[in-house]
Design a protein around this ligand. Structure first.
Ligand code: CP
Length: 307
């Protein structure tokens, strides 16, 4: 395993399976490895609930401590806040590993260039990737279906701007689906370069919500805010999962959503036995502990840098 986890492609298939297997052991009551005195730097320059609390909780369960930073330093007289690089150069030796979330796509590679001696985990870089979320998603899929390959998997929403979708689609390169169904407005397609030939061979695109025969429905939703493209109510409704859609869903279909929910799933759907998104989120604690165990447990002489 590489020192940094910057993108899902940093992991081999065997490494992904090792993380999922260890997470399953932890879920079944195995005692976490102990890393007493270990300090994890939680660098969250963009809002987070699940990922931030998840890693903070995970390091505490492993006997370590988390330190959170949300802003780089700014004071009167500075034209800009302190740069990410200067901030990291200053604190690199205060922590044994770092987790970074940042609104800019290039932030994770910039951080990796500075943090050469310390493991770095990507917790979401702009619109690019969210690899630890993809591991949580794979864990949820395997928990429900007891396999990862040969499933009919649908993604719905703004797939151009969903970093969780980007990482999961790339992870599926290792676990080719029987069908990959991408449902989105014309302007919200996933970047074509992240779809490997294993995926394009089974790809079907839809301009509305077609959920029949799916084994997994991944509801990516539509971002809101000044920088997100505006999708009017009619467009959002066209891709919204409501109780009216549920009868068209297979009884075996797992409904996932990386959360937070905006309006992509009607809260009434939460009562469906197929609605797994809150279990997906809570089971993330085992996956995050497994990731930290592996990253922190590597002997320093065997780790290689991915950047
Ligand atoms: N799924 C996810 O990344 O949630 P947060 O933004 O709350 O971390």
């Amino acid at each position: 395993m590489k020192k940094h986890l910057l993108r899902i492609a940093d992991l081999t298939k065997d490494e992904i399976l090792a993380i999922l297997d260890r997470a399953e052991e932890l879920r079944q009551g195995s005692k976490p490895r102990r890393f007493p005195g270990t300090i994890l730097g939680l660098l969250f320059f963009q809002a987070s609930t699940r990922t931030r609390i998840g890693f903070h909780s995970a390091i505490a369960r492993l006997g370590g401590t988390g330190i959170t930073i949300e802003k780089t330093k700014y004071q009167p007289g500075m034209t800009h806040p302190e740069s990410l690089e200067d901030t990291l150069r200053s604190i690199v030796h205060y922590c044994d590993a770092f987790v970074l979330r940042h609104p800019e796509n290039d932030s994770i590679d910039r951080a990796a260039r500075v943090l050469t001696g310390v493991p770095l985990l990507n917790a979401g870089n702009g619109l690019d990737e969210h690899p630890t979320q993809a591991l949580i998603d794979l864990f949820a899929i395997r928990s429900w279906h007891h396999r990862l390959e040969g499933l009919r998997i649908g993604f719905v929403g703004d797939l151009a701007r969903s970093r969780s979708t980007h990482s999961l689609l790339q992870a599926l390169h290792y676990f080719p689906p029987a069908e990959l169904r991408l449902m989105h407005p014309a302007s919200a397609a996933a970047p074509p370069n992240i779809l490997s030939s294993q995926l394009t061979d089974t790809l079907r695109t839809e301009s509305d919500l077609r959920v029949q025969h799916l084994d997994v429905l991944y509801v990516a939703g539509f971002s809101q805010g000044d920088e997100a493209p505006h999708y009017d109510t009619a467009a959002r409704q066209r891709f919204r999962l409501t109780t009216q859609v549920l009868p068209r869903l297979s009884g075996r279909c797992l409904i996932l959503d990386p959360l937070p929910r905006i309006d992509e799933i009607d809260p009434l759907v939460d009562r469906s036995p197929n609605a797994y998104y809150f279990l997906q989120s809570t089971a993330g604690r085992f996956v995050r502990s497994a990731i930290l165990e592996l990253q922190l447990g590597m002997p320093s002489q065997t780790i290689s840098c991915s950047s």
